[in-house]
Write a protein that binds this ligand. Structure first.
Ligand code: GRF
Length: 209
């Protein structure tokens, strides 16, 4: 079974949805460790209640970014981690780390990339921008992580309608629900090898659909 590390800083609802999909038997992976910079994060509580090891580590614990990167890589290597899943991880990922785990880090973004991505596009900023732009379709993107914010190859997307009466809050709630239903499918596609990455693009589709 593929050994997975989940990086999370926040409430951890995506982590919970992933773990639930594994418990249901939809996703055959091992969630080995949850890594986060915020010891009070809901994600840590979810990890603990599911008996998943947690690692509280932040660049601010180190004198320089190289020491931080080496420590995180060592922790993941010791545990045989094969795939890193960013589920609401709010800290920058060092470039050396991204290079080390090239094509083995994925992220979920609550918008249809390449629109509404990039620096500053996180949390409610995204949903405010979507409503502000008056677009009629919003959604979720799961993508590989490369050195540029939200620019890695797109693995999987799902869309929903934006309603006239939507506020950033109502849209954000529906998108989060969609994320919970989407993320594990993308992880499954990667684990099952139904996706291939060629010339910076992902081909293939999700086996369970
Ligand atoms: C999600 O909207 C995710 O797309 C974004 O951060 C949020 C995390 O929510 N990257 P949660 O911590 O999984 O509940």
């Amino acid at each position: 079974m593929k050994k997975i590390a989940v990086f999370a800083s926040g409430a951890g609802s995506n982590l919970k949805a992933l773990v639930d999909s594994q418990k249901r038997g939809d996703l055959h992976v091992e969630f080995v460790i949850v890594v986060g910079n915020n010891s009070g994060a809901g994600a840590f509580k979810i990890a603990q209640s599911n008996k998943i090891e947690t690692l509280h580590i932040s660049p601010s614990h180190f004198e320089n970014i190289d020491d931080y990167t080496k420590t995180v890589i060592a922790a993941l290597e010791t545990r045989g981690i094969e795939l890193i899943v960013l589920a609401g991880y709010m800290k920058m990922i060092p470039l050396d780390f991204i290079e080390y785990y090239e094509n083995r880090i994925i992220n979920i973004h609550p918008a249809l990339l390449p629109a509404f991505g990039g620096q500053g596009m996180y949390g409610m900023n995204i949903h405010r921008a979507v409503i502000g732009a008056g677009v009629k379709i919003a959604g979720v993107t799961v993508h590989f992580v490369n050195g540029e914010y939200d620019k890695g190859a797109i693995i999987y997307q799902e869309a929903i309608a934006v309603f006239d009466e939507d506020t950033p809050e109502t849209l954000s709630n529906r998108i989060l629900e969609l994320e919970h239903n989407t993320f594990w499918r993308a992880v499954k596609g990667i684990v099952d090898g139904t996706f291939t990455l060629k010339n910076g693009k992902v081909f293939g589709k999700i086996s369970s659909l």
